[in-house]
Structure formats: C-alpha cells, structure tokens
Design a protein around this ligand. Structure first.
Ligand code: ATP
Ligand code: MG
Length: 357
C-alpha cells in the first residue's frame, strides 16, 4: 500500500531554489522503498515576488497551503529587500498561523566535516538538539517608541510568556529528552530578568514532576553559551525561549561546522496544521546560480519531515546515506573544502539510499 503526502514547496530565493530539488529527489528515492509517495505543489513566494508584486505571498497564501501535509522551504531573503519583509511577510505568519510553536535544531559534529572546535573538545562527540519556543516570548510586537528625536526618546518592548505557551514547549522538550539520552538543560536568566524568567524556571520545575525519567538542570544563558563551546558533549536537549533558543541554535550550528549542513523544523506537534522544514542557511547571494550550494541542510530537513510524518526509519535512512557520503568519500561541496557541485553530491547520496539496509 502506498501513502501519499502533499508537500508545499516554497523554494524562495537564491540557493533556496537549488537545494530543494535535491531534498525532493532524496524523498522520492527513500519513499519508493517505504511505500511513500510525495506530490509537490510549488509556490513562488520570495523576495523576487515581493519586488515584482509588493508582497512575499498572496493575501490568501496561508489558505493555499493550510491543508498540505508539510511545507519545505528553501530560503528567503535578498539584497535590497529588508530582512523584516521576508520575516514578517512570510516566515512569521506561517509559524504563528499554523501554530508551529516548536523550533527544532539538531546539532551534530559529522565525521568528515571540520568543526572550529579543538579535537580534544570533540572527542566525546557532539549530538544534541536545541528546542526553541517559536511563537511568543521576546519576539512580541507589544511595545512602542516615544519622544523620537528628543533627549528623552525611549523604546519599550514587552516579552510575553504564557503558562500554556511555555508548558507545551517544556513538555515537548522533556518528551524528546526521554526518547534520547534523558537529559534536559533549560536556558534561563532569572538573575537578571526578574519576572518572565523566574516564571519559566517555575514551570520547568513543575513540568519535571510529569517526566520523572529525565534528569534536568538549568543554566543562565551566558554561562550556557560558554559551555556549549567548551563542553558540548554534556548536552542532550536544550530548551530555551524564543530569543535564547534563536541565539543558541546559531551558536551551536557554528560549532558543528558549515552553515550549509544545518536543518531546522518548525513543528506543530499536534499536526492540526502543516509543519515547516527549512535549512538554517540563507539565500547565499554570493554563490547563488552557480550550482555549488551544499544541499545537506535541505536533505536533513527531508529526514526531519519523514520523522514528523511518522516514518522515522525512512528518516534515518536519509541521514545514513548523506552522512555516509561525508564520512566515507571525498565528495563534498566547496563550503566543506571539496569541489563537488550540488548535483554531484546529491547523486552520491542517492546512490547510497538503502545501500546499508
Ligand atoms: P540570511 O540573512 O538569509 O540568514 P545570510 O546572508 O546571513 O542570509 P547565508 O545566506 O546563509 O547568510 O550565507 C552566509 C555564508 O554562508 C555565505 O558566504 C554563503 O555562501 C554560505 N552558505 C550558506 N549556505 C550555504 C550552502 N548551503 N552551501 C554553501 N555555502 C553556503
Ligand atoms: Mg543574514
């Protein structure tokens, strides 16, 4: 029996349009082995569209993709178009409307990928996940500016933490830790942020009672940032607010090596709405159109999508194939010191799909 999934593809700008076809090719190859079929609907929502028509997506854009099973996004952003246009004109409406309240960033130092960290720091391996709260917290629109241009000019921005919003993220993170090595670290700053962060800490302690199998602790974000660099092997799952999770996930991706390899998932765990999978990298205008972008971030996204759709064995097969290319061959893209094109790397991954099972 074949299960069919409808996938909304938003290639976006620059190399976003070059890394999604490899991800789809890998999905098709792995799907064929697992009775899964993917039908793709492509949407041209991008900064190019914004420049031509004044909006990143049509007014009924969210309606057009609401009933798809998942969204794969390449990258949005282009020189001359301010970042807030792609953020507030596309990414944030999708995250909020589809209640993608979890942002998931797996961090692994891969065999064959150089990390900026010293070998002695890496000897125990680096394999953890950052769970970021994705829809509330510090990135609220509540606030304003007064007295522009005067000496008493001021800006105020409120952070919003709700019991329901924090609880669901913490429960997700505790559950994930329970499925992994059973260790959760919460990012806090309750010594300096004296209202919202103590509330966060209180909820962590409360929720921990419901997840007795998980060992947990909390670290102030400043100390935690240092430990992620100096002793990354200690971490299994790190959970943080929207701002802290944002910063930690980029820091963590940097220790893992190239930005071209890092994936992210914006999840609606209840599956009431589609979740969105996007590589961490941007549109990379400096290499766009050359066919040399590293497609691994996007391919890893395809694996996360398979996990989310309930096919973890297929997801694992994708990663085994892709990581195998880096560990066992010299085929790699320029960002990893190689000479392979996007298509050559993808072909190598495809040749390994299912090869070890
Ligand atoms: P954004 O503002 O959208 O985050 P950015 O300009 O800050 O984008 P990227 O577009 O990710 O960042 O590019 C940063 C650097 O990393 C560039 O030099 C780019 O060429 C390189 N890079 C990013 N993604 C890849 C990739 N998949 N393969 C190879 N190089 C990449
Ligand atoms: Mg940028």
């Amino acid at each position: 029996m074949t299960t069919t999934y409808r996938i909304a593809l938003i290639p976006g700008d620059g190399i976003g349009t070059e890394v999604l076809p490899p991800a789809c090719a890998v999905l098709d190859a792995v799907g064929a082995r697992h009775g899964l079929q993917f039908s793709y609907d492509e949407f041209d929502w991008s900064c190019q569209r914004y420049l031509a028509e004044g909006a990143m997506m049509p007014a009924d854009g969210l309606e057009q993709i609401r009933h798809h099973d998942s969204i794969l996004l390449g990258a949005v952003g282009w020189p001359g178009v301010p970042d807030h246009v792609s953020l507030w004109g596309l990414l944030i409406p999708i995250r909020r409307d589809f209640r993608q309240y979890i942002n998931l960033r797996p961090i692994k130092v891969l065999d064959g990928v150089p990390s900026p960290l010293r070998p002695e720091i890496l000897k125990d391996g680096v394999d953890f996940v950052v769970v970021r709260e994705n829809v509330e917290g510090e990135y609220s629109e509540i606030g304003g500016r007064l007295n522009r241009g005067f000496p008493e000019e001021m800006a105020v921005q409120e952070a919003v933490f709700t019991r329901a919003g924090v609880t669901r993220v913490l429960d997700y993170a505790f559950d994930l830790a329970g499925q992994r090595r059973g260790v959760l670290t919460s990012a806090t700053k309750s010594n300096g942020i004296v209202h919202t962060m103590p509330f966060w800490d209180q909820l962590v302690a409360e929720r921990s009672a419901h997840h007795p199998g998980v060992r947990w602790d909390q670290e102030h974000i400043d100390a935690l940032a240092a430990k992620v660099v100096l002793d990354p092997a200690r971490f299994d799952v790190i959970v943080g607010s929207n701002l802290f999770g944002d910063i930690l996930s980029d820091l963590a991706a940097a220790i893992a090596g190239s930005i071209g390899t890092a994936p992210a998932a914006n999840l609606n765990p209840e599956r009431e709405f589609p979740s969105m999978f996007e590589p961490v990298h941007g549109s990379a205008p400096d290499i766009a159109g050359q066919g040399v972008a590293n497609p691994l971030g996007a391919i890893w996204c395809a694996s996360m999508m398979l996990d989310h759709l309930g096919h973890p064995e297929a997801g694992a097969e994708v990663l085994q194939a892709a990581f195998g290319v880096l560990a066992e061959t010299s085929v790699r893209t320029r960002d990893l010191g190689g000479t392979a094109t996007t298509a050559e790397f993808t072909r190598e991954v495809l040749s390994r799909v299912g090869a070890h099972s």
